[in-house]
Design a protein around this ligand. Structure first.
Ligand SMILES: *Cc1c(COP(=O)(O)O)cnc(C)c1O
Length: 419
């Protein structure tokens, strides 16, 4: 599709599938990371597991590992199959990051990981952590005192703030979360209850990030976690791929060229879906076919990739508002770090209109008893794209719908989404 046609469709807020013409074309510059970076990140998670187990009762059973279930969704598949009058041969799964402990969203992977990296570096510099020590020592008073001298700041539409604020406050840091107008009030309340400071802005997400970054730069005892640029966030997200590989192996799923793995992930700034995609590509190569989903009003990554302008272009430049019910995806400009990495790794982007999100939330709940938030339900936009469904029906792909958040949504709010 020619670029001007893509922009026309975007401007008209049409739902469509953009296939990436650069997909699997040789990258012009070497990738910034490789598999060893991902395994190194996984090793950091493992080092912190004893501490996390000690700090959070909900992590006792998993021995301090923050991971989510992979759940097969045969009833959802059946529903669609009868609606469309065709059979789907492969197995369909939901990756329930909505149930990730502590943060209840995919942001647990990136946000908590970066907070732990900061804590590790500070503790090592202060001589509190030698190579033989169990990381449980970081729950002691000396470590809490050290961390209380430092701020960790972040700009967020909600879920990233929730993950970083909760973890940072638990370790003893001064957690400061700069939040945009889109952020749900219950997320702000929950953060304050966990001991974080919430700073609110009338403007959108990019202003919250910018203000947070500025506040942090002026302070030598402050770390800013930069959602638009962070390598740590990216690698934290990427470790999901190693965990998923194991879950697919346990399910007996064999990923081959003939039976590829199709993964559909909702995208905001691109950090979470980009990190996961990068990790999966390191493991499965061309046997994994990744798609992102973006709201028609905030197709930041699609515009960045299709134009080749990455973070230099914003949805407002083509007259779109960037406002959407999918608060986790309300982003106008893609990550400067992630967009170029996706240039040859991402198969395509689907766009979805806000009015369909509630329907997906309801259908998944009715079919499978799984509750996810509207942003997370964007994955099911796949079911609105006939051409893609036909391709899937004719081959035995395994499909994974990434359910990026929802378990912390309060009961009253759930009722509103489900009605
Ligand atoms: C943040 C978020 C995403 C997208 O992640 P990005 O890193 O912003 O692309 C998707 N779903 C939910 C629920 C989120 O909170």
């Amino acid at each position: 599709m020619e670029y001007f046609k893509v922009v026309e469709k975007l401007k008209r807020e049409e739902e469509f599938l953009w296939l990436n013409p650069q997909y699997e074309v040789q990258p012009t510059s070497p990738e910034a990371f490789d598999l060893s970076d991902v395994t190194e990140a996984e090793n950091r998670w493992q080092r912190f597991a004893p501490l996390l187990k000690k700090l959070f009762r909900e992590l006792e059973e998993s021995q301090g590992i923050i991971e989510s279930p992979l759940r097969e969704i045969p009833r959802m598949k059946q529903k669609l199959s009868s609606k469309l009058g065709r059979d789907f041969f492969g197995r369909w799964f939901c990756k329930l990051d909505s149930e990730l402990p502590i943060a209840g969203s995919v942001k647990a992977r990136g946000g908590i990981y970066e907070v732990l990296s900061i804590a590790e570096e500070l503790a090592q510099k202060a001589g509190l952590l030698s190579s033989e020590d169990s990381y449980e020592v970081l729950a002691e008073k000396s470590a809490q005192e050290l961390f209380s001298d430092y701020k960790i700041q972040v700009g967020s539409t909600g879920n990233l703030g929730l993950s970083i604020g909760t973890m940072a406050a638990k370790l003893g840091f001064q957690a400061m979360v700069h939040m945009s107008r889109d952020a749900a009030p219950w997320k702000k309340d929950r953060l304050r209850a966990k001991g974080a400071t919430v700073i609110e802005y009338e403007e959108d997400y990019s202003v919250a990030v910018q203000q947070g970054r500025q506040a942090s730069q002026a302070d030598s005892h402050s770390f800013f976690i930069d959602d638009e640029n962070s390598k740590k966030l990216f690698l934290g997200y990427a470790t999901a791929a190693l965990r998923l590989k194991k879950q697919l192996d346990d399910e007996g799923v064999k990923v081959t060229q003939e039976s590829p793995l199709v993964v559909v992930i909702p995208c905001g700034v691109g950090g979470a879906p980009g990190g996961i995609t990068f990790g999966l590509k390191q493991i499965y190569g061309s046997k994994v076919i990744p798609f992102f989903v973006e709201p028609t009003k905030a197709p930041a990554m699609l515009l960045g990739l299709a134009s080749g302008q990455h973070e230099k272009i914003c949805v407002r430049d083509i007259g779109l508002s960037g406002k959407t019910l999918a608060d986790g995806l309300a982003v106008g400009r893609p990550s400067a770090l992630v967009s170029p990495i996706m240039a040859d790794l991402l198969a395509g982007v689907l766009t979805v209109r806000d009015e369909h999100l509630a329907g997906f939330v309801r259908t998944l709940y009715q079919a499978e008893g799984i509750f996810i938030e509207p942003s997370a339900a964007a994955s099911f936009a796949l079911t609105r794209h006939q051409a893609l469904l036909e391709t899937l029906a004719s081959n035995s792909a395994t499909v994974i719908f990434w359910a990026t958040g929802g378990s912390l949504v309060p009961e009253a709010q759930r009722g509103i989404y489900l009605d």
